[in-house]
Structures are given as C-alpha cells and as structure tokens.
Design a protein around this ligand. Structure first.
Ligand code: NAD
Ligand code: AHE
Ligand code: ZN
Length: 370
C-alpha cells in the first residue's frame, strides 16, 4: 500500500452536535515527515465529546475526531527517522520536536512546531490527508484516531514495545498519562504531602496513582458520584467526600478542616470552573498548589479573590500531564510492564468502530471509566 491512497472506514463528524457517521474515507499517503498508521485501538475521551458538541473554539467540521489511539506504522514519508514500518506506536496530541523554543526550554511539554496547523485541523503543510464524499475532512489534535488509518506528523508519534497490547497502550495517549503526569511531573508531589483530587474519572484516578507513587500521606477524592468511592480507594485514595453530603459547609471549608489548614496539592479533573475555584481555595496558605486539568466549556472563566494568591497559593495547569511523549511515554509503558502503573483496570467498556456513538453514550453515563 505504500505510496497509495487507502480506502477504509472512519467515524466522521459532519456537523456539531450530530452523531458520528461511519463512512468509507480515502486516506492519502504520508508526505515528507509524516507517518501513516493503521489504528488498532482508540479510547474515547470527554474532549472528543466537547469538540463534537460545537463548544470548542478550535472545533471545525467535517472532522475525524479521536486522540487516544495506538496502532502500527503502515508507511512513512520522506525524511522520517523517528519510527519504522511495523512499529507499534501511540499517537501524540502533544508533539515533541526537540527543536522549538518550547521543547528546548526544559520548562514545558508543549511543543510549538506544528501547533498552529494542528489547531486548524490540517497537516503541517496546510492540507488534509482525509477525503469522503468528495470533500476534505479535517484532522483533530494532530491525531484523528477514529479511523482505521490516519496520518500524523513524525513528531506526533512514539514507538512502543511490541510486548504490550495496543488495547492498553492507547490509553497512555491521553487520560492516564494526563493524570499521572500532572501529579508526578507538573505538581511534583513530595513524599508525605496531602493531596485532593476533584473528579475521579480516568484522569482523577490517574492523579491518585501518581500521588501514591510520590508517597503522598493523604489523598482525598471529591466526587459527586458515590460510586467513585470504591474506584478511588482501589487506586490508593485514603478518603472520599461527596460535596453534596457535607451539610452547610462548602467543600473548601470541609477540606481545610480535614487537613489542618488545607492541602499541599489539589487537582481539578472535572472541567467545572466552580470546582476549579474550590480546588484553589482548598490549598494550604503559603504554599498550596492547585493544578487545573479539566477542559472547561468555551466562554467559561475562573475567578477567586486575588488574596488567595497573595497569601501564597499557586494556580497552574497542564496539558498531557506535562509529559514529553516521545521521551517519556516508553518509561510509562515500562512502569506498566513492571506492575507499577495500572492500565487494565481503566477499561470498563469495549465497542467496535461502527458502535462508536454507543461508546460516546456510555462515556457520558457515569459508570464508565474508559
Ligand atoms: P470523567 O467524566 O470520566 O470524570 C469526571 C468526574 O468528575 C466524574 O467522576 C464526575 O462524577 C466528577 N464530577 C463532576 N462534577 C463534579 C463536581 N462538581 N465535583 C466533584 N466531582 C465532579 O472525565 P475524565 O475523562 O476523567 O476527564 C476529566 C476532565 O479532564 C475533562 O474535562 C477532560 O476533557 C479533561 N482532560 C484534560 C486533559 C489535559 O491534558 N488537560 C486531558 C484529558 C482530559
Ligand atoms: N481546543 C480547546 C482546548 C482543549 C484543550 O485544552 N486541550 C488539551 C488537551 S485535552 C485532552 O483530552 C490540550 O492539550 N491543550 C493544549 C493545546 O495546546 O491544545 C480550546 O479551548 O481552544
Ligand atoms: Zn483526552
């Protein structure tokens, strides 16, 4: 198939707010510094639903969504040296070029090299590799994993050992890495510190895993769904609080009381801006840090009294957990193989590509992790 257009199935989002439609699409061969991947597994993430809803300011249609995928390199364009034919890979929505100002800063995992075109839904040369019904389809987050074949930039992919099923490695493409990295890399949780995690979905449960690895002494999970207590404890949380069941107290008051003045680290894994405020205000005066991970709907803004920051609390956030995909993802896979990182436990539902709308419904229903 090398050098030829492939016809395959993909889930196409023609219009915001409409179900995805399974279509025969054409996937053009990779151009210079591009890689064509046969996708074997993909996760479905809330961010896909967010963009599909039409609320993502960067969302445009028609588009092939999906950003949590793993597969096998089918062909490579000129100049590709990072991966080879047959490599098992994970697609990276946060690329890593190792040459741009961001990559060289040593301060962030955000890579600037192709961010502008990625946000517009096209490949770095400004064009699309997808066509259906005579129309070009847009790419999503530089990955578009809801297709049997996709094309990505060579800096948006990392080769992974053949020894782990791609059903598992795909989840390292977003949810697990995001939460785990937020605790380990972005916050740098220290041994003995106290942590509160707001929202125990895939991201929040992964924050718990990271906090456990760092030796946190207390890990309090806050979730409105009581079923998440069992999930949280399974991942190592020490306490669970349902904010609807604390009487007249606010959740920040409750947490400050539970921790003698507030948490060392808090994490928003809900995308709700009121929760983000509570997470910041639950931090300990003088040093507590709150990390925003959730993606809030377009137009939403966060607020708090500036005094909260004047008195030493720190508000920050991260994408993809602050993890550099090409450099660090193989280490996470190694941790998984050595039994130090849970991945299997996150998989609660499985569907074939043509049932993808069902997968979206399941994701929204509440008893689904991934
Ligand atoms: P999820 O829906 O599986 O989990 C969210 C959890 O939050 C649920 O258990 C829900 O019951 C709980 N919740 C909802 N409202 C709450 C409230 N008011 N107080 C406490 N808990 C509440 O979602 P997920 O897949 O874990 O993703 C979480 C968020 O992170 C989403 O907004 C997603 O878009 C975002 N995300 C961001 C990044 C990033 O790189 N920054 C990566 C992946 C996902
Ligand atoms: N496109 C949206 C923002 C969406 C967003 O925040 N995306 C995260 C990843 S969420 C994964 O589930 C991200 O990586 N952000 C950094 C970046 O460069 O996109 C908007 O508001 O425009
Ligand atoms: Zn995601």
């Amino acid at each position: 198939t090398e050098g030829k257009t492939i016809t395959c199935k993909a889930a196409v989002a023609w219009e915001p707010g409409e179900p995805l439609s399974i279509e025969k699409i054409e996937v053009a061969p990779p151009r210079a510094h591009e890689v064509r991947i046969r996708i074997h597994y993909t996760g479905v993430c809330h961010t896909d639903a967010y963009t599909l809803s039409g609320k993502d300011p960067e969302g445009a249609f028609p588009i092939v969504l999906g950003h949590e995928g793993a597969g096998i390199v089918e062909s490579i364009g000129e100049g590709v040296t990072s991966v080879r034919l047959g490599d098992h890979v994970v697609a990276l929505y946060t690329p890593e070029c190792r040459e741009c100002k961001f990559c060289k800063s040593g301060k962030t995992n955000l890579c600037g090299k192709i961010r502008a075109t990625q946000g517009k839904g096209v490949m770095p040369d400004g064009t699309s590799r997808f066509r259906a019904k005579g129309k070009d389809l847009l790419h999503f987050m530089g990955t578009s994993t809801f297709s049997q074949y996709t094309v990505v930039a060579d800096i948006s992919v990392v080769a992974i050992t053949y020894d782990v099923s791609m059903e598992k490695t795909c989840l390292l493409g977003c949810g697990i890495t995001t939460g785990y990295g937020a605790a380990v890399v972005t916050a740098g949780v220290e041994k003995g510190s106290t942590v509160a995690v707001f929202g125990a979905g895939c991201v929040g449960l992964s924050v718990i895993q990271g906090a456990v690895k760092c030796g946190a002494s207390q890990i309090i999970v806050v979730d409105v769904n009581d079923k998440k207590e069992e999930w949280s404890k399974k991942f190592g949380a020490t306490h669970f609080v349902n904010p609807y069941k604390i009487g007249d107290q606010t959740i920040q008051e409750k947490l400050i009381e539970m921790t003698d003045g507030g948490l060392d680290y808090t994490f928003d894994c809900t995308g709700n801006v009121q929760v983000m405020r509570a997470a910041l205000e639950a931090c300990h005066k003088g040093w507590g840090q709150s990390i925003v991970i959730g993606v809030a709907a377009a137009g939403q803004e966060i607020s708090t009294r500036p005094f909260q920051l004047v008195t030493g609390r720190v508000w920050k956030g991260c994408a993809f957990g602050g993890i550099k995909g090409r450099t660090q993802l193989p280490d996470l896979v190694k941790d998984y193989m050595e039994g130090k990182l849970k991945v299997d436990e996150f998989i609660t539902h499985r569907e074939p590509l043509d049932q993808i709308n069902k997968a979206f419904d399941q994701m929204k229903a509440g008893d689904c992790i991934r």
